[in-house]
Unconditional design. Sequence first.
Lengths: 320, 184
Amino acid sequence: MASHNAENSEQKFLSQPHLLGIKYLTAADIRLILHSAAQFKEVLQRPIKKVPSLRDLTIVNLFFENSTRTRISFELAEKRLSADIINFSASASSVNKGETLLDTINNILAMKVDMVVMRHPQAGAAMFLSQHISASIVNAGDGTHEHPTQALLDAFSLQEILGNLSGKKIAIIGDIAHSRVALSNIFCLQKLGVKVRICGPATLIPRYLEDLGVEISHNIDDTLQWCDAANVLRIQLERQHIRYFPSSREYTQYFGVNKARLDRLEKKIVIMHPGPINRGVEIDSDVADSQQSIILQQVENGVAVRMAVLYLLAERLRKH
Amino acid sequence: MPVVEFSKVIYDAPKIAICIDRLCKQLIEVHGDFSTSVLIGLQPRGIALTQRIFSRLSSMLQKEINWSALDVSMYRDDFRHNQKYIEMYPTSISVNLDNKKVILIDDVLFTGRTIRSGLDALLDFGRPASVELLVLIQRNLSLHFPIAPTYIGKRVDTLSSQSIRVQWQEKDGIDQVILIDKKW
């Protein structure tokens, strides 16, 4: 028989009205989101995978940048919570006619929208919006800055495998300079007491990153041996306007995670990737599809974590 | 003026034990060997009572019966309505409830709003053959919904300003039901 008496979270509500980045959350906020996500994950196993909590709320998904996973995951999370949703793509909107971000959003909010989920190519777009509108904002990725729900679902997935994350060692490997996932993951993992090491070519690791309290390494084999789990990031060629390394082949040779490298380790480590994967570049197919990889669990957990975020932010929108 | 709380024990440990014994016998009279029946405790305060009933029934019937926990927080009608934040607890219903006889269990029936939420939540796990309600304490004349328990431990007359607290040995160090009155 399953356990019915799991420990409850010590905090009952989020300290923030928006989710702009992990930087602005407290450790207790993160633990509350992860605790709530576990309850929502249970909802997703039920015969009827839907609860009525947000049935009186309208959420707009504003995507100014391409997305598959995050967009579908948010949309599913909103539908599972019974919210009304509007989907907006910049490519099919008046943004192409020269409308500003604020005008676009104020027009949408005039139609009585309660929450905004936004992905935008500019860092700080969600923060800018939060200073000008009253709706609750969820940052679904702003440029190379933050992707908070990805970091939360990564932490949730890791916690499922490794238990309490405090004191664990997690490596983030690859294109750190262009990754919003990296920064959110660093903030999130550190707030949960994790030791974080960054590994990649010197050209793809921003200067002063060690000021965040992370270890920096350029040796993939040493890093894989050190860590309990490795989060392998995509080489973001679309954001690279100069050449940061001579060739993809050379990158794969020095920093690619492959079976031979993992077989040389004395222990089995957990392999993560936020997707989309460049198979054969930062990670080989036989690793991505192996038992050690939790890539698809990350995607599955994404819905539960986003349900938790939306539910907890909605709870702050009082009726009276 | 500060609020002064007065409390009075209205049900002590021996009476609670006798009451649980009686409720179990009533359940066996209706549900027999529990082959198609499921006990479902409402989180958080119905769980301790459900565990007591589960262990008493198991020893009376000489077999383990099914029990589960149900959290109704996502179905509550006061979400975002007042300053009180709703806490979430685990739900663990591992059996399909299609054609099962469900006994919903909570410690106190007051307004009936939690039970209303519980009925909504329950139907997301299947279509039970029947749903009954068991409560340790029913507060008289306090219902906001037309909900009637099937099995009742004790009925008590209370004012809306008063509250009832059920305490359990495992959690509070003592089995007792207390009536709390606030006076200014």
